[in-house]
Write a protein that binds this ligand. Structure first.
Ligand SMILES: Nc1ncnc2c1ncn2[C@@H]1O[C@H](COP(=O)(O)OP(=O)(O)O)[C@@H](O)[C@H]1O
Ligand SMILES: [Mg+2]
Length: 461
């Protein structure tokens, strides 16, 4: 064979094992990872000096008159300008000429004005029942890269633009949602970790009260548990660059929870480990301070995800319209079934023994959501998936859009990107896909609240 023949072969032919061996380094020992980590840290510093690192200070952009009138307050621009002129006390926006730029705070104030003074038949403010707690929405799928974090971030921003007060909780130790929200997290004590620890510590305290009454030695409290008892969930909540989105952030050490929770459970088999996050959210009235709580989860059905699912009223399961993602999502539902059925069985056995009423998990709604959809290539497959998942499926499919990738270069969501950076049509189409996802999930949230209201008034009768 001549060398020119060879050059036509794909690159994986004729690899010489002996030469390949020469190119290998010695075997890799554990310490080598420390070296790689040290290089990583040095490189990071270098890149930061060259201006690649985000400065950690995110600022929310302003919104133009065009955007306010098209997306946020249903008024015609000319009327909008007249109302501002007639009411000099209202926020007037910044900038010269016809287009003014408004902060989200200002828009929320303007919306209040239109709701009070504007046409009675127009919806200026989104509905939310008085006196009911926030709806908790978990976004989960044990597959990575399916769009959980993007969906969670965009839903949070859509809900905020709609005027809702939002809390996002990042349960993924990779902390992507935390970066999107500009969160600062030093260590695991500023994540959901202490919420889990505190719940276990509380359980141990009540166990020890029982043991004491029986004259038994108390179970020991280590430093972590004593420290956790001092943590208030409220102190874990940080403000973000969005005036109406708050965050409980995540960081690599949060992963430790996945090792610690089963150890705690072994120490006390009666600890309902799946309720820790629910208890934390219910304590100190956190659910009464927000309208919507969004939980982003890691790509695994670990203890943090189980807590998120147990705390959720609504579950969103993003998946791409591909065979593999459909297949693994089916398995994810199977795992959810066996996990929660076995928790229910175990609990109810104990409850029957103690003469207590039985428990069962219940969700308002579950929606599998096709993400990164390419209608030209994936419509057939998406229709099949739709047929199999039926009412578990959102009807709208979230399109693949270059805006998410592009926007991610400087900012992290389409709502944060300045529309002037894009071709108007591309912007309008890209934005519409996330607006429609929000519309469908908002409908589920409003319906669930409405049903709760009906149930409440039925109980009162
Ligand atoms: N609608 C979309 N259009 C284009 N890219 C998307 C879209 N949704 C998500 N992506 C991209 O897909 C990748 C994985 O999304 P991500 O939300 O991080 O998934 P997960 O949280 O499930 O791991 C990211 O690079 C994200 O920017
Ligand atoms: Mg993610």
């Amino acid at each position: 064979m001549t060398s020119s023949d060879r050059s036509h072969l794909p690159p994986y032919f004729n690899i010489s094992p002996a030469k390949a061996a020469e190119r290998l380094t010695e075997g890799i020992d554990t310490g080598r990872f420390a070296k790689a980590a040290a290089f990583g840290a040095k490189g990071r510093e270098d890149l930061a000096k060259r201006g690649y690192a985000p400065d950690g200070q995110k600022r929310l952009r302003r919104f133009s008159t065009w955007e306010v009138c098209k997306y946020l307050i249903p008024v015609a621009p000319a009327h909008f300008r007249r109302v501002l002129k007639a009411n000099p006390d209202l926020p007037q926006g910044e900038g010269e000429g016809g287009t003014k730029w408004f902060r989200l705070d200002d828009i929320i104030a303007l919306r209040e004005h239109f709701a009070a003074e504007g046409a009675a038949n127009k919806e200026y403010k989104s509905w939310r029942p008085e006196g009911l707690p926030a709806k908790v929405v978990a976004i989960a799928n044990f597959k990575g890269g399916v769009g959980k974090t993007s969906t969670c971030a965009h839903l949070a921003m859509s809900a905020a633009l709609d005027g809702y007060k939002v809390l996002v909780v990042d349960l993924d130790s990779q902390g992507s949602l935390t970066s999107i929200m500009g969160g600062q997290v030093e260590d695991e004590w500023q994540t959901a970790f202490p919420l889990m620890a505190k719940d276990f510590a509380r359980h141990m305290q009540s166990e020890n009260t029982i043991r004491e009454a029986r004259g038994e030695a108390p179970l020991p409290f280590d430093e972590t548990l004593s420290e956790a008892l001092e943590v208030s969930p409220r102190n874990l909540i940080q403000k973000t660059h969005w005036p109406n989105i708050d965050l409980i952030g995540a960081q690599l050490n949060l992963y430790w929870a996945e090792f610690q929770v089963p150890v705690w459970r072994l120490q006390s088999r009666s600890w309902p480990l799946w309720d820790a996050l629910t208890n934390a959210l219910e304590s100190e009235e956190i659910l009464n301070d927000y309208d919507i709580v969004l939980l982003d989860t890691p790509p695994a059905l670990g203890y943090l995800t189980i807590n998120a699912l147990a705390a959720a009223d609504i579950l969103i399961v993003p998946l791409g319209a591909s065979f593999l993602e459909f297949d693994s999502t089916g398995r994810f539902f199977d795992m959810l079934y066996s996990t929660f059925a076995s928790i229910e069985d175990g609990e109810n056995r104990a409850r029957r023994r103690d003469g207590l009423p039985e428990m069962r998990f219940e969700w308002d709604a579950v929606r599998a959501l096709i993400t990164r959809f390419d209608a030209a290539q994936q419509t057939d497959l998406a229709n099949v998936i739709q047929a199999y998942f039926g009412d578990f499926m959102a009807t709208y499919r979230q399109d693949m859009t270059a805006l998410v990738g592009q926007a991610a270069e400087q900012v992290n969501g389409i709502y944060e990107a300045d529309h002037r950076l894009f071709n108007r049509d591309t912007y309008v189409r890209g934005r519409e896909t996330f607006d429609r996802t929000w519309a469908e999930i908002k409908e589920v949230i409003l319906g669930a609240w409405w049903r709760d209201l009906q149930m409440q008034s039925d109980e009162e009768v």
